[in-house]
Design a protein around this ligand. Structure first.
Ligand SMILES: N[C@@H](CCC(=O)N[C@@H](CS)C(=O)NCC(=O)O)C(=O)O
Length: 300
């Protein structure tokens, strides 16, 4: 058995976090793309990760799953990359703290936010993350006025927590705050981050997400439909004309919106919004990569 690194991933997944970490480490690795659907849920891949989820990493006889664990494992397995403070040093305190904070409270708060779930105030004491705003305020304190989370060096904690901030702001699950944007801009410009992004972007077309074929019929021009009540926002993806990234519910008049990460045709998404049984206003527009914003001519 060699100590080959085998990286199981999909270009549209949290595997992007692990790919960035692999690129930071700089050790050669072999990528196995696992497509959503039967390949990810079949016996061959379930033997690697019984969750049937990506990413996963094999290193010789060792297997590690969970993006945060993969980042931490790689930092320890390749100490020459300098991506973790020395074992036993006091800097392990912030290192573990922010890695675990991102994998636990941040991930849960952002996921619930995406689904429109708000923790009732009386339940906050028993929910690990308490309240979404509390998590964001804590993150803001962590990244404000400093370059990196741990001492004055970039580490695996920046890869993992930074990814949550970056992807979260991109998909609308983490609200944009100046401190997050400053921190993320610096991280996203790192050569390894750029390389990782380019590798995955190049793989997207050949590995579509289920329910979202590579070529979909172009949508007919449609007037935005107006309803009262919470808003469902449809976000189109320029790479897949005619298909929407998902639909989400925005309560009240808010510039923030959420997506459910479900891929569907526009009509399916409209139908799903209708079936939700409430009144919805549906905005149809596009996602401006450059400005990272939903663009719609339709006034809210
Ligand atoms: N906690 C895991 C989450 C992994 C995960 O949910 N991966 C998604 C893609 S981002 C997946 O593989 N979904 C496929 C499925 O569940 O069928 C991690 O951080 O690695």
């Amino acid at each position: 058995m060699t100590d080959e690194l085998v990286f199981y991933t999909h270009p549209m997944s949290r595997g992007r976090i692990a790919r960035w970490m692999l690129e930071e480490v700089g050790h050669p690795y072999r990528t196995e793309i696992v497509d959503y659907g039967p390949a990810m849920k079949g016996p061959a891949y379930l033997a690697v990760n019984p969750m049937g989820k990506v990413p996963a990493l094999r290193h010789g006889e060792a297997t590690v799953t969970e993006s945060a664990a993969i980042c931490a494992y790689l930092a320890d397995a390749f100490p020459e990359a300098g991506l973790a403070p020395a074992a036993g040093s006091h800097l392990r305190a912030p290192y573990y703290r922010w890695l675990f904070f991102a994998a636990g409270p941040v991930e849960a708060a952002a996921s619930n936010r995406m689904l429109g779930f708000i923790v009732p105030a009386e339940r906050e004491p028993m929910i690990g993350y308490g309240r979404y705003e509390l998590v964001l305020d804590t993150l803001e304190t962590a990244v404000s006025g400093r370059e990196y989370l741990v001492g004055d060096r970039f580490s695996a904690a920046d890869v993992y927590l930074g990814s949550h901030l970056g992807f979260g702001m991109q998909f609308g699950t983490i609200e944009k705050r100046p401190a997050f944007e400053t921190y993320w801009r610096r991280l996203a410009a790192r050569p390894a981050a750029v390389r990782a992004r380019e590798i995955d972007e190049a793989l997207v077309a050949a590995h579509p997400v289920p329910g979202r074929p590579a070529a979909a019929p172009a949508p007919a021009a449609e007037e935005p439909r107006r309803f009262s009540g919470p808003r469902a926002v449809l976000q189109s993806d320029p790479r897949y004309p005619g298909w929407v990234r998902g639909w989400g519910v925005v309560h009240g008049v808010s510039p923030n919106w959420t997506t459910a990460g479900v891929y569907a045709t526009r009509d399916e998404a409209l139908e799903a919004a209708r079936k939700a049984g409430k009144d919805y206003e549906v905005r149809w527009g596009s996602y401006d990569e450059r400005r990272k914003q939903f663009v719609s001519g339709d006034p809210v």
